[in-house]
Structure formats: structure tokens, C-alpha cells
Design a protein around this ligand. Structure first.
Ligand code: GCW
Length: 712
């Protein structure tokens, strides 16, 4: 349906007045009895583009028409997104690419695909935003006030379009804009731990999205929907298979399937990466060895890289988990991690591909303390890696715990690029059953001051090479979508995918701003409800820490990484038990990592090392991570350690119950289906929180021999 500008404005006004326009009944008058909100299943994520009602009024003048030049697939995607999104939000059909440029046209393009953008002569401004950044600016073309979204590349323009829509989705003013954005980090990647048989390691949202039996011929519509969601956040790549990699992903037939997926993602700027099994030359290539210094092995990797780039010209590179948890690696052949990474790097270099080599290694011959091992192994090798090798380091030295101090490798590698690996799947944080927003956890990590180059050397700045030079930057997330209708299992787990993308684009954004945005886009723009939901998200991680592992406790779990198992003292490896970490006994609890203990604190730069080393200065949230304390150790609150521990667990369980109550109060503000689905999970969470409190305190009480004080 084509409509005139006047009709459009009239329809929009009608829509703002709460009439039924363009198929939407918009209920804008709070005094009127509310009709129930239409049920939603969560599939649309944060890209729902719900009708803006009254709030649409302020956008009408600015968004009268959409004009997207360019003939590529990416331009088509921008056109579809902008038109359908603005039409849905404002009501009616926003005209697209009309011959005459009217006042209030949103123009999108690059100097390459749009004469309009070229004629603006913004070349020097666009030079600043790089190949993925964009400018959104209110300007004039002829004498017409228009909004221009310009970038050097079409992917930049796509990111700009999503940014512009986000402003509208979150109720921001758009009359006068002058926005310049460029991502702080270059590699912003999803890491899927998906297996070829359709299962997902530590995945809690159904089976894998990749339909290997149907590829390459049949393409699920979900592939493009996934790439669109990634692009909306600026996520520019995905590693699609488990780091515990089946070598056969590199077999030719499978590479053809991977290439078909890469073709779908390309117009969205999402590049394909694969996990390589280090023994692939043997397992796929039939060689007798995978020794990285063997010429035949090097040749095999070169030929494999050539083959991959023949099929996927913009292939990003390999992620490798080597000599970790039973995976093969260079040490299997008496070589170093540098030897291993370099043979793959040499194969990828002619094609400009990278190797992301994981620092998640903890061979027990290196040191008795698992937390120390990666630092010892990798700092020794600094300077020995090829320029296209990146060390991928988890945020903490153990493993995605509810709370860990930052990994000492951040800032410690002076000559090798380091990127951060965080985890959105909530493996140790309630999986898809507990409501835990991780924006706050990740900000705590990103804002940690490493002091690597003096005070202010926070992780976020190190990652963005604002402090140390580095030729490659990035942040990746082990990530959560699966085949569940709502992608992530728990509706609120979507916020962790969202927060990862936003922080990878700009690690200096606040967790609160991200929660606010996500809530508005995903649930509601009702200011009061937004504050309630945002605050509930902001406190959720601390709540989880309180009822599971407060005061620096960690790994109090068993193999499922979900339920409390502090008594777990038997596993194939000592460092997979719980007792190895908490060391509870009659004289106290905690892991002595101080200078009097196992010296782990010395892996941190001064004065961080001294801060952690001294109980007077060590933040109590990390106390039992670094210190072993008596049960009657005096906390800053004046309470004994035992009483404080009890108070934390009790508080956590109470906070979980309060969370549930708060959510109940939102009935009617959120559509009933999503409200109920979240409520059902909160019931599980509240019961689990009580279980954590009771079981942990009962267990530790056996050592402390003290009663659990009644909670206030
Ligand atoms: O946290 C542990 C997980 C493993 C995972 C490993 C890793 C993919 O329990 O399931 O393996 O980390 O990060 O490699």
C-alpha cells in the first residue's frame, strides 16, 4: 500500500490518539481500562518494534520517509528493517525510496552507494569512524531538513540503522542528532559450544540451531534471524562449534555446510569462525602425527586453510582449545603453546585470518593451584607468537564463577594481543532457570584496575588498546541461543546476549543503561515498570552470589555446575571437586593465595597484589578467594566470619523471594505469557536459593560448629 505523506501523518496522529491503525490497536490512555497486551513468545528478542502510542508523536516529523540507496543484500536488509520497524512503531506504512526527497526523510548510505551521501562531503568525518562505525546527523539536503545515517561501508550503515531504531525504541529524542560511533573492539564474537549431534555443551535453551543434516541445501529462516539479532548489536562474527571440537568439522563435506551458513550471514556482517581440533591432521588428514613442527603437518594446515578460504573468502579464523581438559595440543608432542598456535597462524596469514588460542589451560604439573597455571604458562611465551595469534582469556582464572577477581593475564602479556572471553550461558549462574543479569558481573570485570601501566589501567581500556599497543582487540562470549522459541531459555537470559553485544561495542557503557535499553525494547516503555525491571536486573547477580558463593567462595558445585555440592570431594581431578577450593575445616575456611600461602597474589601488579594480600585491604567480596580465615575472624561489619556467611546466605534467599514478589507486581504491564513463563522460573529460583542456603550452611556448620543465627 502506498500512502501520501499527508495520509501518513494523519494515520500517525490517529495512532498516537490510541485508534486502530495499520492493524494495531494502540492503548495510550492510562486512565482507560487496559486491554490485555497481546501474548508474546520472546522470539522477536529486543527487535519487537512495539507501537509507540503517544510517544510516536515526537518522531513523526523526523521520520516521514525512508531512503536507502544501494543494491546489495545489505542495503536490502537496511531497507526492510527501517521500513518495517518504523511502520510498526509509528503506525501505518512509512514510504520508502520515493522519487521526491521530502522534509523528514531518513537517508541511509555510504559515499560508495549513495550520491546523496557523497555530496555531503563527509569524507573526513567518515574517516574517523572506521570500517564499522557510522554517523547519524540531522542536516539539510537542498533546503529540506533530513536525518542522515552515513558510513564508509554498508555494514557500518546497517549498524547505524539499528542504532537509530534503538533511539526510537527506547524513547530518546531524535530531532537533533549528531552521533559518531565506532566500535571500541574489533572482534566481537559469539562462541557457540555446539556439537555436531545437535547437543550444546553447557547450553540451556534447547538443541543447536545448526541443522547439519539439512545443510547446505536447506536453510532454516532462523539463520538469518540470528544474524540480524547479532548485527543489531554490532556482533561481527561467530564460532559455531564447541571448543571441545570434533575434528571432522574440517572435512570437506562439512565445510560446504559451514559455507552455506556463512553465505546467509555475510550481508549482516557476521563472519564465520571455526574451532579447530589440534589433532585434525591425524583425525581428518590421516597423517601419522599432528606435531606442529612437522613439515607435513604445516603443509596440511596450509592446504586446509586454502580450501576453507576457497569456500568462505571472508573466513575469520580458528579458535583452539589445546592441552586442556583432555583436548589434544602441541604439548602432546613436546612442543609449546606458541609452536602450536604458530603453525595454524602461518596457514591463515596469507588469507588474513587469525588464531584465537585459549588460555584456559590448567595442567597440574605446572602448579598445585589451578588459578595460577595459565599465567605461568603464557607469560613465559610472550613474544613467541605470530602477529595473527590472539590469546583468549576468560574473565577470571578459574572458570566463569559467580564472582572471581579478574584474570592476572590481563595486562601481563606485553607483546601478544589478548581478548576477553566471558560467558552468557550462566553455566555457574543458574543456567536458564535463574534470573541473573550479567551486565553487572562483566562491568565489575571490565572496570577492574589491573595497574598494568599504572593506576587507571582498567581491563576495558587494556582490551581497547587505550593503554598498551595491540594490533588486535576483542571480546567474545560463550553464548546462549539454542532452538528454544525464545532463543535463550529464560526470557531474561536474552539480556545477557544483548549486554555482551553492547559491551563488546563499547565496554565503557554502564550496566544500568544497557538494562534500561533492553527492558524498553524487550518488555515495555512504561517508565515506572522500566525502573522496576532495571533495578531488579541490576541486583540479580549480587543476589545470586549471596545465596550461592559469597565472600570469595567458588566452585561449590558438582558436575552439573547448578546445584550446591560443597561436600563434593571426588572427581577425576582434584581441581574439579569443591573441597579443593573451600578447604573448610574446624580451624576455618578459604584458599590461602597470599604471599604466606601459595603466592598467587604475586601474579597481580602492585599495588593490586598487596591489596589482595592483606585482609585489611582485600575487598571482602574476594576474602576467601585469597585468604584462609578462622570462623571467628572479625569482618568489617563487626560480625564473625561465620555469622557474616550465614547472613549473606540468608539475605540471598530473601532477595530471591523479593525478586519473585517484585515480578508478581508487574502482572498486566508485561504480556501474560512472558510474565507467567518468568514467574514459573522464579518459583524454581526461590526454592533453589533456599536449598543453597540450607545445604551450604548445614555443611559448613559441621566444621564451624556454630549455630546458624536467626535472620533479622
Ligand atoms: O567451564 C568448563 C566447562 C566445560 C567447558 C570448559 C571450557 C567446553 O565446564 O564444559 O568445555 O569450561 O571452557 O573449555
Amino acid at each position: 500500500m502506498k500512502i501520501s505523506r499527508r495520509e501518513f501523518v494523519e494515520m500517525s496522529m490517529a495512532s498516537a490518539a490510541g485508534l486502530c491503525v495499520g492493524g494495531y490497536a494502540i492503548n495510550s490512555n492510562a486512565a482507560e481500562p487496559q486491554t490485555p497486551l497481546p501474548e508474546e513468545d520472546g522470539y522477536k528478542l529486543w527487535l519487537r518494534y512495539a507501537p509507540l502510542g503517544d510517544a510516536a508523536k515526537k518522531y513523526h516529523k523526523v521520520v516521514q520517509q525512508i531512503r536507502v540507496d544501494g543494491t546489495s543484500a545489505t542495503s536490502g536488509i537496511i531497507r526492510d528493517e527501517l521500513r518495517s520497524a518504523t511502520s510498526a512503531m509509528l503506525g501505518g506504512n512509512v514510504p520508502l525510496n520515493e522519487k521526491v526527497l521530502v522534509e523528514g526523510t531518513v537517508v541511509v548510505g555510504t559515499p560508495g552507494n549513495s550520491a546523496l551521501v557523497r555530496d555531503l562531503n563527509w569524507a573526513s568525518d567518515l574517516g574517523v569512524v572506521g570500517i564499522e562505525g557510522f554517523i547519524i546527523r540531522s542536516t539539510r539536503v537542498g533546503n529540506k531538513p533530513v536525518m542522515v545515517i552515513a558510513a564508509d561501508t554498508e555494514i557500518g550503515a546497517l549498524y547505524g540503522a539499528f542504532h537509530f531504531l534503538r533511539l526510537m525504541q527506547t524513547g530518546q529524542p531524535i530531532e537533533k542528532l549528531d552521533i559518531t560511533e565506532r566500535p571500541a573492539l574489533e572482534l566481537r564474537l559469539m562462541n557457540h559450544w555446539d556439537n555436531p549431534n545437535g547437543t550444546i555443551e553447557r547450553g540451556y535453551a534447547g538443541r543447536s540451531m545448526w541443522q547439519w543434516n539439512d545443510l547446505p541445501g536447506k536453510l532454516s529462516p532462523r539463520y538469518a534471524d540470528y544474524a540480524r539479532a547479532c548485527a543489531s548489536l554490532g556482533i561481527n562474527g561467530a564460532v559455531i562449534n564447541n571448543v571441545n571440537a570434533d575434528a571432522h568439522i574440517l572435512a570437506t563435506d562439512n565445510l560446504r555446510k559451514v559455507a552455506a551458513l556463512a553465505d546467509v550471514w555475510r550481508p549482516y556482517g557476521v563472519r564465520m569462525y571455526l574451532c579447530a581440533n589440534f589433532a585434525a591432521p591425524v583425525r581428518v588428514g590421516g597423517l601419522a602425527t599432528a606435531d606442529p613442527l612437522d613439515k607435513g603437518v604445516a603443509d596440511w594446515w596450509k592446504a586446509k586453510a586454502d580450501e576453507i578460504y576457497g569456500l568462505i573468502p571472508d573466513f575469520g579464523g580458528f579458535l583452539v582449545k589445546a592441552n586442556s581438559e583432555g583436548q589434544p595440543g602441541p604439548k602432546t608432542y613436546g612442543r609449546t603453546h606458541a609452536d602450536g598456535a604458530n603453525v595454524l597462524a602461518d596457514a591463515l596469514a596469507p588469507h588474513k585470518g587469525n588464531v584465537m588460542w585459549r588460555a584456559f589451560v590448567y595442567d597440574d604439573d605446572i602448579d598445585p593451584d589451578r588459578a595460577k597455571r595459565a599465567y605461568i604458562e603464557f607469560t613465559k611465551l610472550d613474544g613467541q607468537f605470530r602477529p595473527n595469534v590472539i590469546i583468549q582469556v576468560k574473565n577470571g582464572a578459574i572458570d566463569f564463577q559467580p564472582r572471581e577477581p579478574f584474570h592476572p593475564l590481563f595486562g601481563a602479556m606485553k607483546q601478544t594481543p589478548v581478548i576477553a572471553e566471558i560467558q552468557a550461558t550462566q553455566e555457574y549462574l543458574g543456567q536458564a532457570k535463574h534470573l541473573v543479569y550479567l551486565g553487572t558481573l562483566w562491568k565489575e570485570f571490565l572496570d577492574s584496575d589491573t595497574h598494568a601501566m599504572g593506576s587507571g589501567s582498567i581491563v576495558a581500556k587494556l582490551l581497547a588498546r587505550k593503554i598498551q599497543p595491540s594490533h588486535l582487540t576483542g571480546m567474545v562470549s560463550v553464548t546462549n541461543p539454542g532452538l528454544d522459541t525464545n532463543w535463550c531459555g529464560h526470557h531474561f537470559s536474552q539480556s545477557n546476549w544483548y549486554a555482551f553485544g553492547r559491551l563488546a561495542w563499547n565496554p565503557e557503557l554502564s550496566a544500568e543503561k544497557i538494562a534500561d535499553e533492553w527492558t524498553r525494547m524487550t518488555f515495555t516503555n512504561d517508565d515506572k515498570a522500566v525502573v522496576v525491571i532495571r533495578d531488579l536486573m541490576m541486583g540479580s547477580r549480587e543476589t545470586f552470589v549471596n545465596y550461592t558463593m559469597p565472600l570469595g567462595l567458588h566452585h561449590l558445585i558438582g558436575g552439573d555446575h547448578y546445584a550446591p555440592q560443597p561436600w563434593n570431594d571426588r572427581a577425576p581431578r582434584a581441581d574439579w571437586t569443591a573441597t579443593y577450593y573451600h578447604k573448610a575445616a574446624e580451624d576455618g575456611i578459604g584458599f590461602d593465595r597470599t604471599k604466606r600461602g601459595d603466592h598467587a597474589v604475586e601474579q597481580y601488579f602492585p599495588p593490586v597484589c598487596d591489596t589482595f594480600n592483606d585482609t585489611n585491604t582485600c575487598p571482602e567480596k574476594y576474602l576467601l578467594w585469597f585468604h584462609r580465615c578462622a570462623w571467628d575472624y572479625r569482618m568489617k561489619s563487626g560480625k564473625t566470619l561465620w555469622d557474616e556467611l550465614c547472613a549473606k546466605y540468608q539475605q540471598g534467599a530473601e532477595q530471591a523471594a523479593a525478586l519473585q514478589k517484585t515480578w508478581q507486581s508487574l502482572a498486566g504491564t508485561i504480556d501474560s505469557r512472558r510474565h507467567k513463563e518468568v514467574a514459573d522460573r522464579l518459583a524454581i529460583q526461590v526454592a533453589d536459593a533456599a536449598k543453597w542456603r540450607d545445604q551450604i550452611l548445614e555443611y559448613f556448620g559441621r566444621f564451624s560448629k556454630r549455630p546458624v543465627p536467626q535472620s533479622s
